[in-house]
Design a protein around this ligand. Structure first.
Ligand SMILES: [Zn+2]
Length: 494
């Protein structure tokens, strides 16, 4: 009874959808991604081959995030048929070893930014290079093993020209695609849907969720549905790493055990459920399957290269004087660190030259990677000191590519968010043709944007591979300072 009722709803949802002929009409973009990681169970190679071939036969390009050691294993097993089939899709990267200990959130947990980035590159760089060598293409995206997330991996993504593609809630901007550390981030999304590959009775429910997500997204002007699988799920009864590396275990390769495998019938059923799920999604003319790099193009940052004139700067400064958070202006968004950079450069140049009325976007400086100064009550400074500090801060940001954790008003240190508010107020005065006030106040100011990066919470680290009691408070503190770089990514047109 319940089943037929749900069927009716999904059918109705389908029937009432208009066939969009117009390119400007909203579209629903489905990103199908596969964490291709099991280097232990040989049958998972066949599963990757079959899933890739099936999608190819459907005219769909998926995104296969490959583990470095999975790529090396395919090579050593001479599974060039699998490599060839996967190459017809987009290739991403999914860490070097995935679940051997320590995993990324652990090995960066006690490190500061720069050492964490270097350590991430030292451990994870060789796997990325192996994926490129074996597949003959540069991987386009990265996502962490399990919930082993770390902020420093975003610096690696930037260096490797990758987007971040995974699912988790360390950075969570209301379920929207966003930019973090200057990297396009598909992470905590509202519409993350899967059909259970083992329970045919749940397929209707997944179809219904898909149809509902589609309608919501169309009503919002379009958007992304993210769907994740692992090729090994078609053939195993339990994850390859759970049987070997659970709760901090780290046996040598000679002791790795095979996970138990599904029967042939069970595997067949999983392929059938997936084929039915794909067929359901494909029937909507406004649904389009895209890869990670296609998503990055759709959500390209419109702030890049933009010149901001007096009206733009006035709007930016007004909002920044109210709250230190990302801003949306027309079709573009600005992260707080970008606002800090734009306004300090504008004020500094304008004080030196009254003819300056605009400033060009120069990228996304990182948030502070040093300790942030505390400010509990207002401090005052004079015009000369403010002007000299402003020039020095501009130089600091250009030199270090990040905001200072302490802005020095002579011998008095203040946090960057407090300084930004004063700079925003000064911007408005200068744009109104007023002179720089002789006495300026810097007041305690909350970093409002920080709420979008999770605080340390044991539930962030509930992945079975972590050692029991896993905590990473320092890592989340480092991550929260990068909330400065956060902004929504807006859907443009191809
Ligand atoms: Zn994984």
């Amino acid at each position: 009874m319940r089943g037929s009722w749900i069927s009716l709803i999904t059918l109705l949802a389908w029937a009432v959808s208009p066939a969009w002929g117009d390119e400007a009409k909203p579209r629903v973009y489905v990103i199908l991604w596969f964490d291709t990681e099991d280097y232990i169970l040989p049958a998972s190679d066949d599963a990757a081959l079959r899933v890739a071939d099936f999608l190819t036969s459907q005219g769909i390009r998926g995104t296969f995030k490959i583990v470095g050691h999975k790529a090396r294993t395919l090579e050593s097993r001479k599974r060039f048929d699998v490599i060839t089939a996967l190459k017809k899709h987009e290739i991403g990267y999914h860490s070097n070893w995935h679940s051997t200990q320590p995993t990324p959130a652990q090995f960066t947990s006690n490190l500061e930014w720069d050492e964490g980035v270097a350590e991430f590159l030292r451990r994870e760089g060789p796997g990325r290079d192996d994926v490129e060598r074996i597949f003959g293409v540069a991987p386009t995206c990265y996502g962490q093993p399990g919930s082993s997330w770390c902020p420093q991996s975003y610096a690696a993504c930037k260096k490797w020209n990758m987007i971040y593609l995974d699912a988790g809630r360390h950075v969570a901007l209301d379920g929207l695609p966003c930019y973090y550390c200057g990297v396009f981030n598909l992470y905590q999304l509202t519409h993350l849907i899967r059909a259970d590959l083992n329970k045919p009775e749940l397929l209707e429910e997944a179809n219904k969720r898909f149809a509902e997500a589609r309608q919501k997204l169309l009503a919002q002007g379009g958007g992304i549905i993210s769907i994740v699988y692992h090729p090994c799920e078609w053939v195993h009864k339990e994850f390859w790493d759970g049987v070997n590396f659970a709760r901090g275990a780290n046996p040598p390769a000679s002791q790795w055990k095979l996970p138990s495998q599904k029967s042939e019938e069970e595997t067949k059923l999983s392929y059938r459920i997936f084929a039915d799920f794909v067929a359901f999604m494909k029937r909507f003319p406004d649904v389009e399957f895209i890869t990670a790099s296609e998503a990055a193009k759709l959500y390209a940052d419109q702030a890049r290269g933009k010149q901001f004139g007096p009206d733009d700067l006035r709007a930016i400064a007004r909002a920044a004087a109210r709250e230190v958070i990302f801003q949306k202006h027309g079709n573009l968004t600005l992260a707080p660190s970008e606002i800090f950079d734009l306004l300090t450069r504008f004020v500094s140049r304008r004080l030196a030259d009254k003819k300056i009325t605009s400033i060009t976007f120069a990228g996304t400086p990182l948030g502070p990677t040093s300790r942030v100064a505390a400010l509990t009550e207002p401090v005052t400074t004079d015009a000369s000191q403010f002007e000299r500090t402003c020039a020095d801060v501009v130089d600091y940001v250009q030199y270090h590519g990040r905001l200072p954790g302490t802005v020095w008003l002579g011998s008095v240190g203040v946090p960057p968010e407090a300084f930004l508010r004063t700079v925003a107020e000064v911007t408005l005065k200068l744009l109104d043709g007023e002179a720089l006030p002789q006495r300026l106040e810097v007041r305690p100011t909350p970093l409002a944007v920080v709420k979008y990066v999770a605080k340390e919470d044991p539930r962030l680290w509930s992945w079975v591979i972590f050692p029991p009691g896993m905590k990473a408070p320092h890592l989340m503190d480092v991550a929260q300072r990068q909330a400065w770089t956060l902004k929504p990514a807006l859907l443009g047109r191809k």
